[in-house]
Design a protein around this ligand. Sequence first.
Ligand SMILES: [Zn+2]
Length: 185
Amino acid sequence: MDNPYAPPKDLSNNVLVRGFDPKKDTELSVEGDLIVCSDNATWPDRCVICNEKTDSQKFTRKLFWHPSWLYLLFLVSWLIYLIVALIVRKKGTIHISLCERHRNHRLVGMLLLWVGIPLSIVAIFVGGTLSSHSSDLSGIIAVVGIFGILGFLIAGLILIKTVIPRRIQDGMLWLKAGKRFTDSL
Ligand SMILES: [Zn+2]
């Protein structure tokens, strides 16, 4: 007797094809300094930053984009901007490769963002509490802490950067990747 819980054969085939279709490697094209590909494309086994040959391990990147004029709404109200941006933003997914060096960069960047920044915030509060009798000292702790957070934020964002969406429209993505990778296409 057939297993009633088994997924329909057609559906499981679809999942396989949609996930990693090697044919989609050929769908990448270049427009100016941008790479154009379809949504859910699987990129070649080369680092998207330095173009070094990689193993077949892929990183799935979910990307969001909205027209840049929308930032003007930020001047009116960050809340209105946020709501409109969440409604009109376009989404896309790509499967990309990174070499070992750039995988490590990404890992360090994530640590800075997700561990370094929260720890800095805690340090500011603890330092502020301990030095509450000295306004000079708590002022210095606040300034150092804020610069620390900004430093972690900037360094973290630079290190985790892989591809930047410049446009997402009608199931197609226009992306900025590493120059060496783009030039090789
Ligand atoms: Zn690399």
